[in-house]
Design a protein around this ligand. Structure first.
Ligand SMILES: [Zn+2]
Length: 467
């Protein structure tokens, strides 16, 4: 079976066959959240793309070491902690917990490491010292800056080339626009109201970009396979990470750079002032199951802009119901000896699902392959039935699909109890019909219908599904 995967590498601007540094292993760095607020659904679009990426590698037989950092010191976290008059750690801890809760409800497979920036200050200091020794830096008013003219490859990721006449021009803020390509801050001088670390560099605190360089190299090594983020990370954040890391080590930082496109809401840029800004909590409060949000966010291939709409959420919800109903029908239908007609569809699914994912994570095609399989299953249930052999093969296909997509129903507390109660009522209805007590049989059907449970009397017996 092929292990060949292709990705669009932002660094070289083309589709490339993935070649790991170490056979069968993937070293993956994914920029994590800045824990000063609840992440919005655009952030989760990126985090879910990364989840599908790591799950795809595992389906293809790779081992994965993923690092996702938590930015717990930067301009924004400090500002918000001060506004709330609590310590930086106390302030960010709450949002770290909320982030992990969101990941669990979105069924994100945990990364191997979740480093927090404030736990890696010595590693940051070490890189800055190496950069100083190689002449990539200068000091001004107690801060240390990266002189981008000393790194001729600056701009190779983003295509943003600094203008020659900007010598000496610099930025102190963590995030800035492309037109401001200039020397950026590595270490910030102490300032009223900001946390201070006493280090070999002098007192101060790190700039944002050096944090990811330090955590990535500390946990994955100086060179690793894949670095991911959203397209808005390409400049300045990832461009600066490359300049810092490769400037210090002299060797390539990440071989492959993957970036998820923007998400818009109902066709418009998401913004708090427009009222179309959503966190996961905003959606669950409106009654949407997080797995429905997951479905919608992974349904569009990561390099395409995703238009998030409430219609889209309803369509996602129906798609998930279709999976649940098919599984339910399957469970409630006895096997039919020799009914192997489904095996061809199962085989085709296995091929198409893997091909779609191997092609730069084409999740839309992977989902289409799954829905074709579900249609085939329902046709078989309407017709000749499904043999034990086909049922086993189908189970393996569903396991593969769910290992990457994670959208299948999960046994949850209470659900089993509900199902047992439904089965008791169905048995009672069968007994009533045998006794020609049709009034009682109809009453049971109506009672179940009131709970959204639809009964079907088939040649294979009575089966039920949710509306
Ligand atoms: Zn980062």
């Amino acid at each position: 079976m092929t292990r060949r995967l292709r990705f669009f590498n932002t660094l070289n601007r083309r589709l490339e066959d993935f070649e790991p540094i170490e056979e069968g292993q993937v070293l993956l760095y994914t920029c994590g959240p800045t824990i000063y607020d609840f992440p919005h659904i655009g952030n989760y679009r990126t985090f879910l793309f990364e989840d599908v990426l790591r799950r795809t590698f595992r389906l293809f037989g790779y081992g994965v070491t993923q690092v996702q950092n938590l930015t717990d010191v930067d301009d924004r976290t400090i500002q918000r902690a001060n506004e709330n008059a609590v310590s930086l750690r106390e302030f960010t801890d709450g949002f770290a917990t909320a982030f992990f809760e969101d990941l669990a409800s979105l069924r994100v497979e945990p990364a191997e490491h979740y480093p927090r920036a404030t736990d890696y200050i010595p590693e940051m200091v070490e890189i800055i010292k190496r950069l100083e020794a190689k002449g990539h830096t200068y000091r001004s008013d107690g801060s240390i800056y990266y002189r981008i003219s000393t790194f001729p490859e600056y701009g190779k990721l983003s295509g943003v080339r600094p203008e020659k006449n900007l010598a000496g021009a610099r930025v102190d803020v963590d995030d800035y626009e492309k037109e401001n390509a200039r020397d950026f801050v590595l270490w910030k001088a102490p300032k009223e109201g900001e946390p201070v670390w006493e280090t070999d560099l002098g007192p101060g605190r790190p700039g944002w970009h050096i944090e990811c360089s330090a955590m990535a190299m500390a946990l994955l090594g100086e060179t690793f396979d894949i670095h991911c983020g959203g397209v808005d990370n390409i400049f300045p954040h990832h461009e600066n990470e490359i300049a810092q890391s490769e400037g210090a080590t002299g060797c390539p930082f990440a071989h492959t750079w993957l970036h998820a496109e923007h998400l818009v809401v109902e066709g418009e840029k998401m913004a708090k002032r427009v009222g179309n800004f959503f966190t996961l909590r905003d959606l669950t409060e409106r009654g949407f199951d997080p797995v429905v949000v997951r479905y919608l966010l992974i349904s569009v291939p990561y390099r395409q802009r995703l238009n998030f709409t409430f219609d889209g959420l309803h369509v996602a919800s129906q798609a998930i119901d279709r999976i649940a109903n098919t599984l339910r029908r399957l469970e409630n239908t006895p096997s039919s000896d020799g009914a192997d007609g489904l095996l061809a569809g199962i085989e085709r699914f296995g091929r198409e699902f893997r091909e779609a994912l191997a092609d730069d994570l084409n999740t839309a095609r992977a989902l289409a392959a799954l829905h074709t399989l579900l249609r085939d299953v329902n046709s078989a249930l309407d017709g000749e039935g499904i043999s034990d052999a086909a049922r086993d093969a189908l189970g393996r296909s569903f396991d593969d699909a769910d290992s990457v997509l994670a959208i299948f129903p999960r046994a949850a507390a209470g659900v089993g109890g509900d199902d047992a109660e439904i089965d008791v009522l169905i048995d009672e209805r069968i007994a009533a019909r045998k006794n020609k007590d049709f009034a009682r049989a109809d009453a049971i059907r109506d009672e179940l219908a009131g709970k959204g449970i639809i009964l079907e009397d088939t040649p294979h017996g009575t089966v039920w599904h949710r509306e």
